[in-house]
Design a protein around this ligand. Structure first.
Ligand code: TXA
Ligand code: MG
Length: 330
């Protein structure tokens, strides 16, 4: 059952508690309704993808009640601070290098070394974020492939029964997603998605904006862009039904093949949500065992091609793909 909560203090308090407990709450921002989950809990983030029925993972925007909170999770350049001062709260998302102590889960950032942060406008959403006290990951609150919802009844049409609650903050003022600006290269602010703050307004502060030049530039998911934070350094072998003594095994289910040097089971009970939430930590763990066991590669057991299994498979396929040379660091 999805509860419809009124945007009054008691409703906001209930919504905050659900989020802290790892549940999902949709809420209105000035742009569109977001499907929120605690960004620091991988299990909550896995549930977001499950509810949206997304066939692949993608990096999510973390939402904060103010710039100070946002800038504990990323390394804010002077330009980022200037933009925050001018446009927050408001429909601008900034992509910045993650701070060393960032508590946002790898699943929410899709393993990237950057993080998208935003402070939305709206009294109720800001009160909610303040009360949660943690970064809240929120993609638009629609099922995959559908348009973004701009009021609470749209959300319920799409997601009723799939999320815990919707905080009814009324219709969204902008109705168009936030502008996404990539500031990871301080000398070259790059517009990744046009949105609620216009290019002209941004260029008045930043100077001319770059646009993603290539498909690879635009897609934060391309292997070249995620190397620094998570991609395993070992070769990855998919759909393995047996395993060698110098392989690390990423297992799934109750009866993994024996004989691996070291094993990380994504979910001994075969639960896909649990598997998604343990995916990045598993890859990272196995990769870190290379020197100990002299590993030559990682083997991955087959994952069912259904529900979140599709997104897990997609991510693993990209981890297994041959990697382009890493672009020169600026
Ligand atoms: O207005 C909005 O931004 C709404 C409300 C709910 O805040 N949210 C939203 O989220 O539109 P979503 O997940 O539908 O879109 C997020 C966009 C995607 O295009 C994603 O690729 C990009 O932000 N993005 C997120 N993290 C990124 C990163 N680290 N690097 C590059 N792009 C990133
Ligand atoms: Mg969307």
């Amino acid at each position: 059952m999805t509860e419809r909560l009124a945007a009054i203090p008691s409703g906001i308090a209930t919504a905050a508690r659900i989020l802290q407990d790892g549940g999902l709450v949709a809420f209105g921002t000035e742009t569109v309704y977001g499907l929120g989950g605690d960004a620091t809990q991988p299990a909550a983030v896995a549930r977001i993808f499950e509810a949206k029925n997304r066939p692949r993972f993608n990096p999510l925007i973390s939402h904060f009640p103010n710039a100070e909170a946002a800038f504990t999770q990323v390394q804010a350049s002077p330009l980022a601070q200037k933009l925050a001062e001018k446009f927050w709260p408001g429909p601008l998302t900034l992509v910045l290098p993650r701070a060393p102590g960032s508590t946002v889960s790898d699943l929410a950032a899709d393993g990237l070394s950057s993080l998208a942060v935003r402070v939305p406008r709206g009294e109720a959403v800001l009160a909610l974020l303040e009360e949660v006290g943690r970064p809240v990951a929120a993609p638009s609150a629609n099922r995959s492939g559908r348009i973004s919802p701009s009021d609470a009844s749209h959300v319920l049409e799409e997601l009723s029964g799939r999320i815990d609650a919707v905080l009814d903050t009324g219709p969204c003022a902008v109705g168009l997603e936030s502008t996404v600006l990539d500031l990871t290269n301080p000398d070259r602010p790059c517009l990744l998605r046009p949105g609620g703050v216009s290019v002209e307004e941004l260029e008045a502060v930043c100077g001319p904006l770059a646009r993603p030049e290539t498909e690879a530039d635009a897609a934060p998911l391309s292997p070249g862009r995620m190397l620094s934070h998570y991609a395993p350094s070992l070769p990855v072998r998919l759909n393995a039904t047996s395993v060698g003594p110098q392989e690390g095994l990423l297992a799934f289910g109750p009866t993994p093949p024996t004989g691996a040097a070291v094993t990380w089971n994504l979910s001994p009970t075969g639960n896909l949500e649990e598997a998604a939430s343990r995916l990045f930590s598993g890859l990272r763990f196995l990769d870190s065992q290379q020197p100990t066991f002299d590993l030559t590669g990682l083997a991955v057991q087959p994952i069912p091609e259904q529900g979140l299994g599709l997104a897990i498979q997609d991510r693993l396929r990209r981890a297994a793909a041959p990697r382009p040379a890493e672009p020169d660091a600026p």
